[in-house]
Design a protein around this ligand. Structure first.
Ligand SMILES: [Zn+2]
Ligand SMILES: [Zn+2]
Length: 361
């Protein structure tokens, strides 16, 4: 048997990767350091689907959880969730938190932290309020073991340790505007602090395209942070594409379609292009002076292959009642993204993060 690959930093199991309405496949990912045992501690990234879904997945695929000796571990779903040390939540929409809420009273193991930005924790407080659900969460470090521990993630441009040797930087992003104003989601950079090159990956909550956002553009902030790390330190990105091609902008409801995802990845490629040309170019202008204060985008042929070595996992495709030519909608959407990206020639690999997958990063 081959030994562990030293280039890898994380193992992930996809419990659910859809964007609703099917409650059996909602955003939910289990993460651990590569080479560690699952029972040594798990980070739950989002908590849409949970134990019921994992039960069903384990019936279909009993070899889902494998130990570092390569031998299957026969855990029950509730055992797996008892290994969870913390939940990381991008925003409090139900498709990202429903199993967290439903299972709170029954979670085994030690007390679990819930990491999210302040606004998301406040939304959770309105759920754990004795009305929608019992108050099974608090900010009190010395509270009962069965309660979740709210742990604010400050989006201060820094990484915060959430688990031994795993730290997270949260960056706010737009997720549409409603009667109350702009609604924020978050993107997380998850970094392995024990990995020799501090490998990290990027995970997006739901995303409104910058070109549609009625408020400040925010996804660009994520791309600017990511660009200098691509592809050696950061080569894996999880990002939503809720809708199929052709969806009108006024019907996006704070989500991406393949065309908008392509535009976002072009924005990333542009940042990578400038990052590689050095700091002076990122402010622009040496060659294209004065006329515009903004930096000038490189011609599209300069972006060819810029994202080589990067893989983008599509998540959060919304289920549709009918299949297209017998193909599940998530595969249709991934196919649409692939052909748009191929046309743009960015060199990035497009993949589907499908339910039940084991992904190494
Ligand atoms: Zn969602
Ligand atoms: Zn959402």
């Amino acid at each position: 048997m081959a030994g562990p690959d030293p280039a890898l930093a994380f193992d992930m199991i996809v419990v659910g990767s859809g964007g609703g309405p099917h409650e059996t496949n909602l955003s939910s990912y289990l993460l651990k350091p590569y080479g560690a045992e699952w029972d040594a501690g798990i980070v739950a990234l989002e908590a849409g689907s949970g134990q019921g879904t994992l039960n069903r997945l384990l019936e279909l695929e009993p070899n889902l959880f494998v130990g570092k000796d390569g031998v299957t571990r026969t855990y029950s779903a509730s055992e797996v969730y008892s290994f969870v040390r913390c939940f990381l939540i991008t925003h409090a929409h139900l498709d990202h938190i429903s199993s967290l809420v439903l299972s709170t009273g029954a979670l085994g193991g030690e007390r679990k932290r819930v990491y999210a930005v302040k606004e998301t924790l406040e939304d959770l407080e309105s759920v754990f309020s004795w009305r929608i659900w019992p108050k099974l969460a608090s900010y009190d470090e010395n509270d009962e073991d069965y309660k979740l521990l709210y742990s604010p993630l400050v989006p201060d441009g820094k990484y915060h340790t959430v688990f031994p040797n795993i730290s997270v930087q949260a960056v706010p992003i737009n997720h549409g505007t409603n009667e109350l104003g702009p609604y924020a989601s978050a993107a997380f950079f998850l970094r392995s602090d024990s990995h020799p090159s501090k490998r990290e990956f990027l995970f997006f909550g739901d995303v409104e395209p910058d070109s549609v956002a009625s408020t400040t553009t925010k996804t660009i902030n994520v791309w600017r942070k990511a660009a200098p790390m691509i592809p050696h330190t950061l080569s894996t990105i999880f990002i939503e594409c809720s809708w199929p091609s052709g969806r009108q902008d006024d019907m996006l409801h704070g989500h991406l379609s393949p065309e908008h995802l392509r535009d976002e990845l072009v924005a990333l490629a542009t940042e990578v292009y400038f990052a590689r040309r050095g700091p002076s170019s990122s402010q622009s202008t040496s060659r294209q002076p004065q006329r515009k204060r903004q930096k000038r985008n490189p011609p599209s042929h300069d972006l060819r292959g810029v994202l080589m070595g990067v893989r983008v996992y599509i998540i959060h495709v919304k289920d549709q009642p009918a299949q297209v030519h017998g193909i599940p909608i998530r595969e249709v959407v991934v196919g649409q993204v692939k052909s748009l990206i191929q046309e743009a020639g960015l060199g990035v690999e497009i993949l589907l993060a499908d339910q039940g997958m084991h992904i190494t990063i």
